[in-house]
Design a protein around this ligand. Structure first.
Ligand SMILES: [Zn+2]
Length: 816
């Protein structure tokens, strides 16, 4: 790979001075990925929409692509009401409410286009899925599905029998609009063009027209819940991410594009190192680079120039940059798709910025000029991709088959030969060691959740029929087993391995670098090198809810977010509960209610000893938090009212609040005297839970606990192990020194397990400095307020589900 940085490359492309242009001329984008979010994530005015609609969307059955009906399908899509405030309109692009009518018209153009609604966004808007193919009878559709399964099992299919699937994902970031418009343009071309006849006999093209309708309408990056969907692929907390996941599983694309903006010149993956170690990278890089070069040619051939149009030539990070645009975490769609067989998968960043301050400040005509060019560029990328797929039809199918064959055979991870494509050097080589299997002990809600999540990701999970021994341990029948000899073992491993500390290998990472579901989702997962077990496949986890027999009082230990959900449901029903340590106690009269929540949330009650502790009431929270934290707190069933500096200064009512949660957007020192007095009055009786730098600053300014808060390097993130043996997640880690006599260390950093955490230039803020320091502390201040400070990230993007209970326990304890 050429040893230049993205910035150096861009500097040679700078527009010559004196270029006359009627409109403001865009400058090349800095080498910052548009989807960089940073630790203080989701803060930029994400409009969190109606939670009721979000809950409804989640409750909806998951979308499954129909594999029995023939094509075309001629569905009449329902038309949403017109919304004149749709942010697309200013750019001259299609508003969300007009997409259904457009797709109905495209279906009517001939016999090639089929459109359907595949689900709803968090904000309740329809997601549109389009298939473009030559007409197929139901028998031909079934045959295609049979061949797809054959490929997925790693067995070759006869030449010229299988249509290559191509998946185009548009507008995943709501304020990167034109992927949608380019998709509609290409669909329209394919609908009638005689030249497309060969393509549509040999390929099926699938389009997710807008992956983020909420963001499109509102002109914002995240969805209506405030989530960046291009961080959610292996968490799948959002309905839009679950829809994309299902598309990839059902259609098994050989090639996929994720259409973004804005990087000038157009940025086309493959990426810089580090490369995900669980891909079959030899197959991936050859095809992805080849298609990347094809797209580059297609885009550059449009003839836009820096001088005339402000459009710079295409850049390919793998070729043109050293690092900083990696494919390490599988949280992005093109970094997730390869696990379902995509051997060419790309982020494409179209060139001309129309969002942010440009959207507000530029003249409408200039915005529309830019959007027209962006649409041209995105459409050129799509055309180049289907051209490449058509020209390499058999090879792409063979390579996809080979990905699955290696998995099913349980072959070792391959070391990709240097120079496999020009510039592929030692810095590009990443490998992993696959275990023979993973063992997940059954019986907890955390285990059931993880098993169901693996199955939802199309990972095969089995259940032991007889007791067995593995890794020197005995496991009872009913234990879950993930046999790593399976086609999608890469996906199983990327979720279940601990991950690696890649700090020594690269300086700059783009986003998170550690995420292990095995370590962060609360189920006790073990990897084993030998696996001899009689087991049968499972379609869903067995229920785990349990209430012991008898008629005595019951105890519920809050060890998981599900326990908090169950407890909050009981509190909401007025059940009398006492709280001590980490456990709630219920009177015998609550047994029927306990059985109900045990069944609903899979939680396990035990017989209560002596009921102790004070009475626990429903916890009312005022939260100055990022969108993902609000979502997670509400998901656990807490009553949450957002608060901020602005809201506090406007006269926030603290009377209906038991605990204040501070992680973002609340500054004690920025409060006016009245707001300060009102907050002080609350602090004399209420509890406080904080997270991160904003929280630590609040603690100091409000004079709560006696601690010194120390910041680790700002971009450090990953999985940590605590002295207790528990795991945690950090992003911009913090720790606490100089603990006053009233302060207790709840968790202490022991080791960094996986991710990226280097010290600052001056040597401070590194993982060694954190070792042995308090990561989470608690105490009671002079006024009597109970306080918990988190230096970790227990609710980050709704991902570390095994850590949510730490927050719930802090809230219950400080509310009293
Ligand atoms: Zn983007």
């Amino acid at each position: 790979m050429r040893r230049t940085t993205l910035l150096a490359l861009l500097s040679v492309l700078l527009l010559p001075a004196g270029t006359a242009a009627a409109a403001p001329v865009p400058t090349p984008s800095p080498a910052v990925r548009d989807f960089g979010n940073g630790p203080e994530r989701n803060e930029e005015a994400a409009l969190v929409e109606d939670a009721t609609a979000a809950l409804k969307a989640q409750a909806a059955a998951p979308y499954h692509h129909d594999k029995t009906r023939g094509y075309p399908r001629k569905n009449q899509l329902p038309l949403p009401p017109e919304n004149p405030a749709d942010a697309s309109i200013k750019l001259g692009l299609i508003p969300h409410h007009a997409i259904a009518a457009k797709l109905n018209a495209l279906q009517a153009l001939g016999d090639r286009v089929s459109a359907e609604v595949l689900g709803r966004s968090a904000g309740g808007r329809d997601l549109y899925f389009v298939t473009v193919t030559a007409p197929e009878s139901p028998a031909e559709v079934r045959e295609q599905e049979r061949l797809r399964r054959q490929i997925e099992s790693g067995r070759k299919v006869p030449k010229n029998r299988y249509k290559t699937p191509i998946f185009i994902n548009g507008n995943i970031h709501g304020n990167e609009w034109e992927g949608t418009d380019a998709s509609l343009r290409v669909i329209e071309e394919l609908a009638t063009s005689p030249q497309a006849a060969t393509l549509l006999k040999r390929a099926r093209l699938y389009f997710n027209i807008t992956a983020n309708p909420d963001g499109r309408v509102l002109g914002q990056r995240p969805n209506g819940n405030g989530f960046d969907l291009n961080r959610d692929m292996i968490t799948a907390s959002q309905p839009e991410a679950r829809a994309m996941r299902q598309i990839m599983i059902d259609t098994q694309p050989v090639a996929m594009l994720d259409l973004h903006g804005y990087v000038n010149g157009t940025l086309i993956e493959p990426t810089t190192p580090p490369h995900g170690a669980n891909y079959e990278y030899d197959l991936f890089i050859t095809n992805t680079y080849a298609n990347g070069l094809g797209m580059e040619a297609g885009v550059n051939a449009l003839g836009y120039t820096p001088e005339k149009d402000g459009v710079f030539p295409v850049q390919i990070p793998f070729r043109d940059s050293e690092e900083g645009w990696d494919d390490w975490p599988p949280i992005f769609t093109p970094q997730y798709a390869p696990f379902h067989g995509a051997v060419a998968a790309h982020t494409v960043e179209i060139p001309l910025r129309v969002n942010g301050s440009d959207y507000t400040n530029l003249p409408v005509e200039e915005l529309r000029r830019r959007s027209r060019i962006n649409t041209d560029v995105a459409a050129a990328a799509v055309r180049a991709t289907y051209g490449h797929v058509l020209a390499n039809h058999d090879k792409l199918i063979a390579d996809q088959t080979e990905v699955f064959r290696r998995g099913a055979a349980g072959e070792p991870s391959r070391t990709v030969p240097l120079g496999i494509v020009p510039g592929f050097g030692p810095e590009d080589v990443y490998t992993t060691t696959y275990p023979r299997g993973y063992v997940i002990p059954e019986g907890t809600p955390a285990a059931a959740r993880l098993v169901d999540h693996l199955i939802a990701n199309d990972v095969e999970v089995e259940r032991a029929i007889l007791p067995f021994r593995a890794g020197g341990r005995f496991y009872p029948s009913g234990t879950y087993v993930v046999d790593m000899r399976q086609p999608k073992r890469g996906l199983a491993n990327v979720m279940l391995e601990p991950g690696a500390d890649i700090s020594p290998r690269v300086d700059a990472m783009y986003d998170i670098s550690g995420w292990s579901h095995a370590l962060l989702w609360g189920a006790g997962v073990t990897s084993v090198r030998d696996l001899r077990v009689l087991a049968e496949p499972v379609r869903s986890a067995a229920s785990t809810g349990y209430v012991p027999h008898g008629d005595g009082a019951l105890a519920l230990k809050v060890a998981d977010g599900r326990d908090a959900q169950a407890l909050n449901a009981l509190l909401a029903r007025g059940v009398e509960v006492t709280w001590a340590g980490d456990t709630a106690t219920l009177p015998r009269s609550a047994r029927a209610a306990a059985r109900e929540v045990a069944q609903r949330y899979g939680v396990r009650f035990s017989r209560a000893g002596t009921a102790g502790g004070p009475k626990l009431a429903p916890v009312r929270i005022a939260a100055a938090a990022s969108a993902d934290e609000l979502f997670t707190l509400r998901e656990m069933g807490f009553a949450v009212t957002p608060v901020s500096t602005t809201l506090a200064n406007a006269g926030f009512d603290w009377n209906a609040v038991d605990v204040l949660f501070v992680a973002s957007g609340l500054s004690y020192t920025a409060l006016n005297p009245a707001a300060k007095a009102a907050l002080d009055a609350f602090l004399a009786k209420g509890g406080v839970v904080t997270r991160g730098g904003t929280g630590a600053t609040f603690n100091a300014a409000a004079g709560l606990l006696t601690v010194t808060s120390v910041a680790g390097r700002g971009d450090a993130n990953g999985v940590v192990r605590m002295a207790s043996g528990e795991h945690g997640f950090v992003y911009s880690p913090r720790w606490f020194t100089g603990l006053g006599p009233e302060v207790k260390a709840e968790q202490t950093y022991e080791a960094f397990v996986s991710g990226h955490w280097r010290p600052n230039q001056d040597g401070s803020g590194g993982q060694d400095a954190a070792k042995g320091q308090a990561a989470v502390v608690s105490g009671q201040d002079e006024r009597g307020a109970r306080v918990v400070l988190f230096g970790t990230e227990p609710m980050f993007r709704n991902h570390p589900k095994g850590l949510f209970a730490q927050v719930a326990r802090a809230l219950y304890s400080t509310s009293q």
